[in-house]
Design a protein around this ligand. Structure first.
Ligand code: THU
Length: 134
């Protein structure tokens, strides 16, 4: 967890996601993902993917960052940066969130929640336009 007293800075979030990617535990897929999640109150949580020998038990980097923030009591979020690439590569590639993570994030995010990828900044409403809600 980092305290961010600076303004919302997408490039800074992407840099933190790239750093967090170094902690990925991805021995089965070899694909390392890092995330940096900014809460509405300005706190930043990072995450990485954590795989498991029982493959479905593994968790994506997005849900790790959200889990850390949610378990500290945060419920409102501004943006997440996602950086992914094969583990040995230094330069990251376009890495959009999987469908399960889109639904997971949707529970806690407004339509204008920002998803910072390598090419541009998307909004929740772009990546999950018709949402399931109970
Ligand atoms: N993965 C993520 O962590 N986030 C994504 O947005 C896409 C996929 C992980 C899951 C798995 O550990 C690896 O990348 C390959 O699918």
């Amino acid at each position: 967890m980092l305290n961010s007293d600076s303004m919302y800075n997408p490039e800074h979030l992407l840099m933190l996601a790239e750093q967090a990617r170094k902690n990925a535990y991805c021995k089965y897929s070899g694909f390392a993902v890092g995330t940096a999640l900014l809460t509405e109150s300005g706190v930043i949580y990072t995450g990485c993917n954590i795989e498991n020998s029982s493959y479905p038990v593994g968790i994506c980097a997005e849900r790790v960052a959200f889990g850390k923030a949610l378990s500290d009591g945060h419920r409102k979020f501004k943006a997440i940066a996602i950086a992914g690439a094969p583990e040995q590569e230094k330069k990251t590639v376009f890495c959009p969130p999987c469908g399960m993570c889109r639904q997971f994030m949707s529970e806690f995010c407004e339509d204008d929640f920002e998803i910072i990828l390598s090419d541009k900044i998307y909004q929740m409403k772009d990546l999950l336009p018709v949402r399931f809600e109970l």
